[in-house]
Design a protein around this ligand. Structure first.
Ligand code: EPU
Length: 316
């Protein structure tokens, strides 16, 4: 993602200036901008501006932000790589918190465990594991997200899901308190983790097993080849719908003959029916209308309720 442009000079004091007031609470290393277009921070490349966009540089900054928002009743939302997110064209009224600062993105090897910050890229986790001869997280290789996002939605691919390998999660509640939880205490399901609905993942310990590097390499290569053969490279948010019990969503859309269906610049991928890609001109409205069309056809023709896996936020 591009670096935000309008970095505020700090401190800024203006009674009605949310960004200015918030900036005064943060360390100098934090990044904060006004009216930041979410096109720059989502893999779908659509979405209106967030009133305030902030990249905290430390857990203390982050605690300061959630307390600030709590005290003023200002909504906030936490993003990682924006790879499972659709922001409507009117943007987000509140504070968008992005955990991409290097201090949130560390990956440390500790015996057979990997201690990863919420902002770490999943690809980097898989690569670091391979480098260290640790197996178990190969399936993270091609998921275009961050550790925090993967925890929040129990992201998965290639038969694996994030919580299969989680030993513990470090998280912050909305009062800024930090604790560690075991996965058993986190109400984890397919593509959902209830404990992270109203808490922020700061990082996790992934439990791996030592294995020959060649084997790890071969597994990652096979996953990558499968992904490139079956999924589009154009901007998307990954799979759009959760797989219903009856049939994988992509297969369903395919069987309904809806690959290639288009609304404006939003197109159902020709490679995989559960992806909508942005041809470079899509708006969030285009994508939402196309989602509605797919849901309606699935309901009417097959009696199946498709549920979005992608999170949809912001103002229409
Ligand atoms: N299929 C079709 N047509 C299509 C797409 C798929 O017939 O257009 C068929 C495939 O041939 C296969 C079945 O549907 O028989 C399942 O397809 P695939 O193996 O691609 O897996 P999926 O269930 O569609 C899931 C995850 C993906 C992950 C892949 C690979 C969900 C919602 N999606 O897709 O995750 O990459 O497995 O393991 O669980 C994501 O969550 O964003 C995501 C991309």
């Amino acid at each position: 993602m591009n670096a935000p442009e309008a970095i505020l000079e700090m401190p800024v004091h203006n009674k009605n200036d949310l960004a200015g007031e918030l900036a005064a609470c943060l360390s100098r290393e934090a990044v904060i901008c006004r009216a930041e277009p979410m096109t720059k921070h989502t893999t779908l490349r659509v979405g209106g501006p967030a009133d305030v966009y902030v990249e905290p540089a430390s857990e203390m900054d982050l605690a300061g932000i959630v307390k600030f928002c709590g005290a003023r009743g200002v909504p906030f939302f936490v993003i990682g790589r924006g790879s499972n997110l659709l922001v409507r064209d009117g943007g987000f009224r509140g504070v968008m918190i992005c955990l991409t600062h290097a201090n949130f993105s560390r990956i440390e090897v500790d015996g057979e465990c990997l201690r990863c910050g919420a902002g770490a890229r999943l690809k980097n986790v898989a690569v670091e594991a391979r480098r260290s001869g640790l197996s178990g997280v190969e399936f993270l290789e091609g998921i275009p997200g961050s550790v925090g996002g993967a925890l929040r939605m129990n992201a998965g691919a290639m038969g694996g899901q994030t919580f299969d390998v989680v030993e513990s999660v470090r998280l912050m509640d909305f009062d800024g308190n930090i604790r560690e939880l075991a996965p058993q205490a986190m109400a984890v399901e397919y593509r959902h983790c209830a404990a992270l609905k109203n808490r922020i993942a700061l990082g996790a310990v992934f439990k791996c097993q030592s294995a020959p590097r060649g084997e790890i390499e071969a597994r990652m290569k096979a996953f990558s080849e499968k992904r490139w053969a079956s999924q589009p490279a154009a901007p998307s948010a990954g799979c759009l719908f959760k797989n219903p019990a009856q049939i994988p969503a992509g297969k369903l859309v395919d069987e309904l003959g809806l690959k290639g269906a288009r609304v404006g610049g939003a197109v159902v991928s020709a490679e995989h029916g559960n992806f909508i890609v942005n041809d470079g001109t899509a708006t969030a409205r285009n994508i939402l209308n196309l989602i509605d069309l797919l849901k309606q056809r699935a309901k009417v023709e097959r009696g199946i309720e498709l549920e979005t896996e992608v999170e949809i936020i912001g103002e229409g």
